[in-house]
Design a protein. Structure first.
Length: 221
């Protein structure tokens, strides 16, 4: 577990930051895939975690949610649109083609059991020292988190910081294969850009301490 800003910790779950979750203050954001649970528990063993929240309920973000919540006896929070998938564990049905082999693999081997959601968050709500930003598109109820005082942004999968096939680092839109509405997601990317973040923390890819990379990426959209 690596501190990337004050009280913000990255937990890389796959090599080369392929899948990440984060701890902000005493809150765990996302939980990787089904097999990530013990790695997360080991990373947070010296921290008191009070709450678990999802940016969205895809298999590589909710996979260990039920396991973590049961082991730590903590509640699960989501946005309204993500609640049903998080509670059911059926997480691929917003994909443009949920019958393709990759989607079926994710459901069968990455997704975890559903877990009851005890609180629904919305735009402007406080989550620790961060504010909820609604960023739909990659999924209907996707949310991000922003802390204005030092401009730290947890993007979820609104943006990714690597090519998920080659693992080459660089800003990208999330793969169309797993994105519900690409045009809506591009509007969410613009919304995040207008926040002028300085530290960007992604579901996929290394943390970015922005030196103009985000602005250059926006020129390509």
């Amino acid at each position: 577990m690596k501190e990337v800003a004050q009280n913000v910790y990255q937990i890389p779950l796959f090599p080369r930051n392929g899948i990440n979750c984060y701890v902000i203050d005493d809150i765990l954001i996302d939980a990787g895939i089904r097999s990530s649970g013990n790695k997360i528990l080991k990373a947070v063993k010296d921290k008191k975690i009070s709450t678990h929240i999802l940016t969205h309920a895809h298999a590589d973000h909710q996979g260990s949610s039920n396991y973590i919540c049961e082991k730590l006896n903590i509640p699960l929070w989501t946005s309204e649109w993500e609640k049903e998938n998080a509670e059911s564990g059926k997480v691929i049905y917003e994909y443009p083609n949920s019958n393709n082999v990759i989607a079926r693999f994710q459901q069968n081997f990455w997704a975890g059991k559903g877990h009851k959601v005890t609180n629904v968050v919305k735009e402007g709500d406080n989550v620790g020292s961060f504010t909820v930003i609604e960023t739909p598109g990659h999924s209907k109820g996707h949310i991000s988190f922003f802390r204005e005082r030092d401009r730290v942004l947890i993007t979820g999968d609104t943006l990714v910081h690597m090519n998920l096939l080659t693992t080459i680092v660089g800003l990208n839109e999330p793969p169309a294969l797993f994105t519900t509405d690409r045009e809506t997601n591009r509007k969410s990317i613009q919304k995040l850009f207008e926040l002028k973040p300085k530290v960007l923390c992604f579901g996929h890819g290394p943390v970015l301490f922005d030196n103009g990379e985000f602005e250059k990426f926006m020129e390509t959209l």
